[in-house]
Every structure is written in C-alpha cells, then in structure tokens.
Design a protein around this ligand. Structure first.
Ligand code: B12
Ligand code: SF4
Ligand code: SF4
Length: 282
C-alpha cells in the first residue's frame, strides 16, 4: 500500500454514510444529531521507527519510561502512521455555542467518534497485515494502559494523566503538529479533532517536522484560558490536568454514559488551523 492508498482507505471510511462516522438515528441523544457527520477529511503523518525522538519521549518530564516504543509494540515495526480526524464545523460550532457543558454533538464525537477511530485504525492494520505487512493499533493492544487521577491505575503506581502510548506525542513525532498552551496538539487543520495511529512493518516516506519547538503552532493568545469553564489553564503554567480531569468527570455525572468538554479547542483561533505555523522565531 502507498501513502495515497492509505489516505484513500481512511477517506472512504469517513465518507461512507452507512459507516460509523455518521450517528445512527436510534442512538442520537437529540433529534438534531440523527445522521450527524462527526469528522472531515483526515490528515496523515508518518514517523520512522529509527527516529531518535521516540527514545526522547521516554525521558521524565516528556512522557517517561512507561512509554512503549514502536519496535517494542511490534518488533517488525518500520513506520508509524498517525491520523488526525478533524471534527466537522457543525461539531465544533455546537461546542463553541454551548457555554460550560458539552453539546450533544460533542458528546457523540467523544464517544461514538472514538469508537469510529478504533474501527478505522483496526481495519487499516488488518488490511496492511493481509497484504503482508504485520501492523498493530497500540491502544487496542493488551499492553496498553493509561492513568487518569493519581492512584487510579494500580498497574501504573505513582503515575497520573498519562499512558503507554500518547497519540499527541506520536502525532508530534510523525510531523502532524505541535502542542498548544491548552496541551492539545495543534495540526495544520487545527486542534479540534482526535487522533488514531497504526504501527506497521510497511516502509513509508516519513513526514518532515516543520517545527522545532514543542509549542511552535501556538501563539499564546490566551483565548483557551478565558474559555475554560474550570479555570484549568493559565498563560504562565499552561493546562493543569488535575483541574481539567475532575471537570471532565463532572460531565460524566451529568451526561452518563457520555462525557467531554473541549471548550479549549472549539471556537479558538487554533480550532481549524495552526496560528503559529510559519511564524518566525528568534
Ligand atoms: C489521559 C488523557 C486525558 C487526561 C489527562 C490529559 C493528558 N495528560 O494529556 C484528561 C482527563 C485531563 C484529558 C482531558 C481531555 N482530553 Co484526553 N486523553 C488522555 C489520553 C488517554 C492519554 C494522554 C497521555 O498519554 N498523556 C501523556 C502526558 C505525558 O501528556 P502531557 O502531560 O500533555 O505532555 C506534555 C509534556 O510531554 C510536555 N513536554 C515537555 N518537554 C517536552 C519535549 C518534547 C520533545 C515533547 C514532544 C513534549 C514535551 O509537552 C506536553 C504538553 O504540554 C489521550 C489518548 C492517548 N492515548 O493519547 C487522550 C487525548 C489526549 N485527549 C484528547 C481530548 C480531545 C481530551 C479533551 C478535550 C476531552 C474531550 N474529548 O472532550 C480534554 C482536554 C485535553 C486537552 N486540553 O489537551 C485527545 C487530544 C486531541 C488533541 N487535538 O490534542 C486525545 C489524544 C485522545 C484522542 N484519541 O484523540 N485527557
Ligand atoms: S487558544 Fe491561543 S493560547 Fe490557547 S492553544 Fe490555541 S493558540 Fe494557543
Ligand atoms: S477540556 Fe475543558 S476543563 Fe479541560 S482544559 Fe479544556 S476547557 Fe478546560
């Protein structure tokens, strides 16, 4: 498979009106959400297994030693495919237009949207494997673990707000974008969307990183500071996960079985573009 064929494969899933990118009427949380399209065309980046940046992610303060490297997930690994699924304007606008609590559209994109990403990445890994290139989706592997609040995962003692495979850091290595003050990863198509990834033995041309600083795509405008209903973000300190996470938990109580927030993404100058891209730094 070529990179173009991979892109066509993902696009085909996104455009399929009977596929998981459209909310079925039977589960719509409100009538307006029936047939809601959650994602637009994807943005795909490729990282090489040999990129030194993977090893750097293991350093304390970046992710840490619990980060599992591509060749540890899959010994035959040659490339990492990172995919950004940008939310449709309707999903983002509904979130920006609803103060404090998540909009019905955002709730769907958080839950059914994530299920769709797993379905697409697993189908891609399957297609690659059937073509002779063993492939794997890290968050669907038995070794994947994540920790939210301190002590929430006994398998990750002493760790919080982290995981064994961070999709944003993988996207950073794969040339898709850089972090924002809100800690979302900002791509050339913005921050409002979600990521998925596949590790494969197929050799693909790596995507160049058009940034060198961790926060190069953010202009520190402070719009996310003002938009956050939990006051979890400051210009000086960035986003504090220990304030954000309990707020997201609060939405779980209110909107069970769904949840979400994302006010630091929708309606922001970085919602659908990277305001810091191309800005000269001294
Ligand atoms: C745990 C988790 C949470 C926790 C903690 C957040 C966190 N740590 O990132 C809580 C509950 C708070 C949370 C909240 C939300 N989440 Co969340 N969450 C995750 C999860 C499962 C793991 C994150 C992880 O591994 N973090 C690792 C730690 C180390 O990340 P970090 O502290 O931010 O890393 C910093 C350091 O590395 C630092 N750094 C210092 N030196 C250096 C040097 C280098 C070279 C680099 C690269 C970095 C670096 O820079 C980073 C940013 O400041 C991922 C899914 C996944 N498997 O990736 C989704 C994920 C991060 N969440 C996501 C989303 C959308 C949300 C919410 C908007 C909720 C919602 N959907 O409504 C909010 C807001 C998130 C935000 N503002 O970024 C998306 C982010 C999409 C995006 N555009 O970035 C993800 C990737 C899920 C997905 N599949 O797309 N989340
Ligand atoms: S809203 Fe402004 S400060 Fe916040 S992440 Fe986006 S560009 Fe950066
Ligand atoms: S997800 Fe919500 S609570 Fe968390 S930082 Fe963003 S706006 Fe604030």
């Amino acid at each position: 498979m070529t990179l173009q064929q991979i892109e066509d494969f993902v696009r085909g899933k996104i455009d399929d009106p009977r596929g998981g990118n459209y909310v079925p009427e039977e589960i719509a949380v409100s009538p307006e959400c029936a047939s809601l399209k959650m994602y637009d065309a994807p943005l795909i980046g490729v990282g090489s297994r040999g990129d030194e940046m993977w090893g750097k992610l293991r350093e304390e303060g970046i992710i840490g030693p619990h980060f599992i490297l591509p060749n540890e997930w899959l010994p035959e690994a040659v490339s990492v495919i990172s995919i950004f699924f940008p939310f449709t304007e309707r999903v983002s606008k509904s979130c920006a237009d609803t103060p404090t609590w998540p909009s019905p559209e955002w709730l769907h994109s958080r839950i059914e949207g994530q299920e769709f990403i797993f379905a697409v990445t697993l189908a891609l890994a399957d297609e690659l494997s059937r073509n002779g290139y063993p492939s794997l989706v890290p968050p669907k592997d038995a070794r994947f673990k994540s920790a939210r609040h301190p002590g929430s995962n006994p398998d990750m003692p002493g760790l919080s707000y982290t995981s064994a495979w961070s999709e944003r850091h993988a996207a950073y290595v794969c040339g898709l974008g850089a972090f924002g003050l809100s800690k979302g990863l900002i791509t050339k198509r913005g921050v409002a969307g979600r990521f998925g990834s596949v590790i494969t033995s197929l050799e693909l041309p790596p995507t160049a990183r058009e940034y060198s600083g961790v926060y190069d795509y953010c202009v520190m405008c402070g719009a996310c500071v003002r938009a956050c209903p939990a006051q979890a973000i400051t210009i000086e300190g960035g986003k504090d996960h220990s304030i954000c996470a309990p707020f997201v938990d609060e939405t779980k109580k209110k909107f069970k079985p769904r949840y979400g927030c994302g006010k630091c993404q929708a309606g922001m100058p970085c919602q659908s573009r990277a305001p810091g891209a191309g800005v000269k730094r001294v």
